[in-house]
Design a protein around this ligand. Structure first.
Ligand code: SF4
Length: 346
């Protein structure tokens, strides 16, 4: 494992002094825990040399600085785009990404030191942008409370993207932080279809539990959007599925919904296609055609999904004009979701 090359998007922030060697290679402690939730998982505890990472200039991401206390993710989403980053450590991007978790145990103290630096100008910090900072490991390592406390104490704006219900453990801290700075939370729910969830996101909380997070945060005055991601072609994109998902998102009181169609970058693509061949072999050829141009589905397909979701969001009243408490959706707007229908897109 190449601990001296842990750079990925973790390029060092101000004062870090170089792109490589973010860890002390000699100080890696490897642990396993004999509890059901961590069976088969290996944790690599490291002391990072920097924790605030600058997003490369060419990135299409709408943020410049990130904090990622973990590498790898037990949520084990088959499509996870972060899988590739495990290869930088010579770790497997398939099952290894799901079960070999790097824990930056000194993340809170490093962040506090960084925020105190005179060179730091208080820019927005995004979390959950590489892997989920509220994955199961966080229940044991409890890095996020110290991170949020540091951000709160410096009134530094931040945002969190997660699929983890564990974020509610830190609700009081989030409320305290939101009193002194901007706090944005976004929960990822691409679909509410349980059969699809169990196979493609096997380590995550159920979609409705994630929507409970949206509801709870909203009720406590922390506006919460939903990243409707990924919309999975031919498996999660039927109009009835989109309707059921947007309806549930609206009912949870989300302040916004942003659809994102599945993308398949190297590292994730091989793992996803292997999963597809096992679970939906009849779709393999269609996926090869849909993603023939690369990692992204064609623009026409992305535009169609975006338009459908936006129309549904308007129908169900998601958006700034409706911001606030969770709402009840009239029964007549509650069609039962049908099973996945193989749309003849191609
Ligand atoms: S929760 Fe996010 S980071 Fe974790 S496996 Fe799923 S997509 Fe990847």
């Amino acid at each position: 494992m190449r601990w001296d090359n842990l750079a990925e998007t973790d390029s060092p922030g101000p004062g870090a002094g170089g792109a490589a060697a973010l860890f002390d290679a000699d100080a890696v402690v490897t642990r396993t825990f004999d509890t059901p939730e961590f069976r088969g998982v290996t944790f690599h505890e490291v002391r990072a040399r920097s924790i605030v990472n600058r997003v490369p200039g060419v990135s299409r991401m709408p943020f410049e600085w990130t904090v990622n206390p973990y590498r790898g993710c037990t949520h084990a989403c088959v499509y996870c785009f972060a899988r590739k980053t495990h290869s930088y450590l010579d770790l497997d991007t398939g099952i290894g990404f799901d079960s070999q978790i790097v824990v930056k145990v000194n993340a809170p103290e490093l962040l506090r030191r960084h925020l105190s630096s005179r060179r730091w100008e208080g820019a927005h910090i995004a979390m959950g942008t590489n892997v989920d900072c509220y994955q199961r490991a966080e229940g044991r390592y409890r890095l996020m409370p110290g991170i949020i406390e540091a951000l709160r104490d410096h009134a530094n704006p931040f945002s969190i993207l997660t699929k983890g219900t564990l974020i509610l453990r830190d609700l009081e801290l989030l409320k305290e932080a939101s009193e002194v700075t901007h706090v944005g939370v976004c929960v990822s729910v691409g679909f509410v279809d349980h059969a699809l969830w169990r196979t493609v996101e096997p380590g995550t909380p159920a979609p409705e539990r994630r929507l409970d997070v949206v509801r709870t945060l909203t009720e406590h005055g922390i506006g919460c959007g939903v990243l409707m991601a990924p919309v999975i072609p031919f498996l999660g994109d039927h109009p009835d599925q989109l309707r059921a998902t947007v309806r549930a998102i609206a009912a949870a009181g989300a302040t916004s919904v942003t659809p994102l169609v599945l993308h398949l970058r190297p590292g994730a693509r091989e793992w996803f296609m292997e999963w597809l061949a096992e679970h939906h072999p009849q779709l393999v050829r269609r996926y090869e055609r849909l993603y023939a141009e690369g990692a992204y589905a064609p623009k026409w397909y992305q535009r169609r999904i975006t338009r459908q979701v936006h129309e549904l969001a308007t129908e169900f009243g998601i958006g700034p004009a409706h911001r606030g408490a969770a709402r009840r959706i009239p029964r007549r707007m509650e069609p039962e979701p049908t099973g996945p229908t193989q749309l003849t897109l191609l």
